[in-house]
Design a protein around this ligand. Structure first.
Ligand code: IFM
Length: 467
């Protein structure tokens, strides 16, 4: 663990450990654009966003923040912020169009140039192999509910590691497999938009398997020093009351949202209660002998994406839901407090709860907060400034929670702010702005918001003010 330099009663600041990694995060489909350039083929998100009624306003990622053409400008923005790390994702349909065959050199070259630009700026490249842009051809042959897709992913991981292994410091296999499985195949609000609980559970298992096979491929291909990781959007769950029914609601959602990934990946098992709760949907016979040894291949760190907590109680919620069987036993309630433009409650305590849970459950495993941030209705005022005091307050409270977790003995190695740029926010299109840099999508003009200045100062101090 890094040395903790912490706060004393007299100081007015909360200081982070020496060597703490300060980053920003983005994802390929949300910022790159250039959807048909240099051999890239459609992903499930191209198909989904071009399907009428799926994305707000009919927005697509065809152009997005045009990062594919403006990458050096965006790296220069990060250099000015002083970030130590940049978390980006690699577009599978750019590197291995259609999900089969050899890597396309032009696709790899874009990421080689990005890494070179980052290195030049003194920024460590942190790459995610899958942030939801499955090649459409692989969906057409069954998508994540099909086992073969996991094998395809391992091949793509090996090809990409062979092409970029000399440049990328940290490799993350998957981003938020819960969303890929349950929003993509459960309630269908994400691509590919399918609504079948059994498929969602199969997808979750095959994503775990894809992760495990990819870890094996990365270990074989990469230098020993490479860090291999996974990012989960774990749910910070609260019961409405301490009544048994509400506590059982927490258990059910914990099984289908958290332990469905944590148990196979870190403990080599499936949660018994998950298998029992979902018996009416599937018999889990798609889990083959040896799979759980694969899914639990050791990794070097775990990334946590956190935005807000979830309050649950006994009851029932609407279908289609992303909760595979739990929906008829659980209802979801609004958490109290202020809300972001996503209508998500602002509650940093949930991040502290998750981090301390992981300290106890996975002792010795370094953690990274790989996403945290907030959407607000930002705009450039007549003098060209973008004032976003609510975002600064959100970031401050969450960094305070991270600091408190470190003081409580959690080995948090870094924090990646979501997001560097305003971008394509999936089903919300360009209607939600998470960036600390404002993007005028009509002109692609970038304007750092007040929160960017605040974050830059935080990085330079390696500290935030005491609340
Ligand atoms: O924009 C997304 C990101 O792609 C994954 N995590 C949550 C973010 C905000 O919704």
């Amino acid at each position: 663990m890094t040395t903790l330099v912490t706060s004393s009663p007299e100081t007015t600041e909360l200081r982070f450990p020496t060597g703490f990694r300060w980053g920003t995060a983005t994802a390929a489909y949300q910022i790159e654009g250039a959807a048909t350039e240099d051999g890239r083929t459609p992903s499930i998100w191209d198909t989904f966003s071009h399907t009428p009624g799926k994305v707000h306003h009919g927005d697509t990622g065809d152009i997005a923040a045009d990062h594919y053409h403006r990458m050096p400008e965006d790296v220069a923005l990060m250099r000015r912020l002083g970030v130590t790390d940049y978390r980006f994702s690699i577009a599978w349909p750019r590197v291995q169009p259609t999900g089969r065959g050899p890597a396309v050199q032009k696709g790899l070259d874009f990421y080689r140039r990005l890494c070179d630009e980052l290195r030049e700026a003194g920024i460590r490249p942190v790459a995610t192999l899958y942030h939801w842009d499955l090649p459409q051809e692989l969906e057409d042959t069954g998508g994540w509910p099909r086992r073969e897709t996991a094998a395809r992913f391992a091949e793509y991981a090996a090809l990409t590691a062979a092409g970029l292994g000399d440049r990328v410091a940290t490799w993350t296999t998957l981003n938020e497999p819960w969303c890929a499985a349950f929003l993509g195949y459960g309630n269908g609000v994400h691509a590919p938009g399918r609504t079948n609980d059994a498929d969602a559970l199969r997808a979750a298992h095959h994503l775990n398997l894809a992760h495990g096979w990819a870890v094996q491929a990365l270990r074989t291909t990469l230098p020993n020093a490479a860090e291999v990781s996974l990012t989960l959007n774990l749910h910070a769950l609260r019961p409405l009351t301490s009544a048994a029914g509400d506590l059982d609601a927490v258990r059910r959602i914990d099984a289908v949202a958290n332990r469905i990934f944590l148990d196979p990946v870190f403990h080599g098992r499936l949660p018994d209660d998950l298998v029992r709760d979902t018996a009416g949907i599937t018999d889990w016979s798609f889990v083959q002998d040896g799979d759980l040894a694969v899914t639990s291949a050791p990794i070097d760190s775990l990334g946590i994406n956190y935005y807000s907590p979830t309050v649950v109680a006994a009851g029932a919620s609407e279908s289609p839901s992303p909760w595979a069987g739990a929906q008829s036993h659980v209802r979801f309630l609004p958490a109290p407090g202020p809300r972001t433009a996503m209508d998500w409650p602002v509650d940093a305590e949930g991040l502290y709860e998750l981090l301390t849970r992981l300290r106890d459950e996975l002792p010795g495993l370094p953690l990274l907060v790989t996403e945290n941030g907030a959407a607000y209705d930002d705009y450039a005022d007549p003098s060209g400034n973008v004032r976003d005091p609510e975002r600064i307050s959100y970031l401050h409270s969450h960094l305070t929670a991270v600091h408190r977790a470190i003081e409580a003995g959690v080995d948090v190695r870094g924090y990646f702010l979501w997001s560097l740029l305003d971008n394509f926010e999936w089903a919300y299109g360009y209607n939600k702005r998470f960036g600390i840099v404002h993007v005028d999508f009509a002109t692609q003009r970038r304007t750092p918001k007040d929160s960017a200045t605040w974050y830059g100062r935080t990085i330079a101090r390696n500290a935030v003010d005491k609340p």
